[in-house]
Design a protein around this ligand. Structure first.
Ligand SMILES: [Mg+2]
Length: 235
């Protein structure tokens, strides 16, 4: 550790933050719902971003009037089927998974520092690994992770990640020693109760202005200005 910067746990969202799968995730969820439950398409205007996979599935089952919309076993079943379809989708569209600007360099620099790099994502763990691998990002870069498969509620995930980082950091990192980087107001908000710092990046479907309204510590158009992003992360 340096004299001036305490060791940080730096947690990245996946979709819209590290990479774009260009609809592979949505197609796979839709296929899973059709296959498992025979439900119809998402309602007009339904937003996927910022939500956990189990939350998306629960909301879509509810919208379709499915009687098991609140049944965890049914939701798990759809999640598992989704991961199977996602694997197929990503295999057939491998070249279309895009790593977003600056991500590789930022991850290189952080993972060769004393700080701990991790994931905080609404993806179920299996889906997260499939997306990273498909983008050519080594999942081993991310030493800890908190996933949609840990809780359907994103606000539960900062504590999950902190607890998992504790053996590496001596104690569970708290407050501003946890930094969450994401592309939606939900990423910014999820660490609020925990006291984490949020950094927003407008490479998803929210504008810079929409993100700033959620009150992040810093907002970037993308992650390509490595020096400025590191300065914001390690403050
Ligand atoms: Mg995202």
């Amino acid at each position: 550790m340096t004299d001036t910067v305490s060791q940080k746990l730096v947690l990245f969202d996946i979709d819209g933050t590290l990479l774009h799968t260009h609809g592979a995730g949505r197609r796979a969820i839709r296929q899973a719902l059709m296959d498992e439950l025979g439900t119809t398409d998402p309602p007009d205007g339904f937003r996927f971003d910022g939500k956990t996979d189990p939350q998306i599935i629960m909301e879509l089952m509810t919208a379709a009037g499915h009687p098991k919309a609140n049944d965890p076993a049914s939701i798990d079943g759809v999640c598992n089927r989704y991961a199977d379809f996602l694997s197929d989708e990503l295999r057939s569209n491998e070249l279309r998974v895009e790593v977003l600007p600056g991500v590789v360099k930022l991850l290189d620099q952080l993972s060769s520092s004393e700080h701990v790099v991790g994931l905080l994502t609404g993806n179920i763990e299996r889906g997260a690994m499939l997306k990273l691998q498909s983008a050519g990002l080594d999942p081993a870069i991310f030493i800890v992770g908190a996933f949609g498969s840990d809780s359907p509620e994103r606000k539960d995930l900062p504590q999950v990640a902190s607890d998992r980082a504790a053996p590496l950091m001596g104690e569970p990192p708290q407050g501003h020693d946890v930094v969450i980087i994401g592309d939606t107001p939900a990423d910014v908000a999820c660490g609020g109760d925990f006291g984490a710092r949020a950094i927003a990046v407008a490479t998803g479907s929210y504008t810079r202005e929409e993100l700033e309204a959620a009150g992040p510590h810093a907002t970037f158009d993308d992650l390509s200005d490595t020096r400025s992003v590191l300065d914001a992360v390690l403050l």
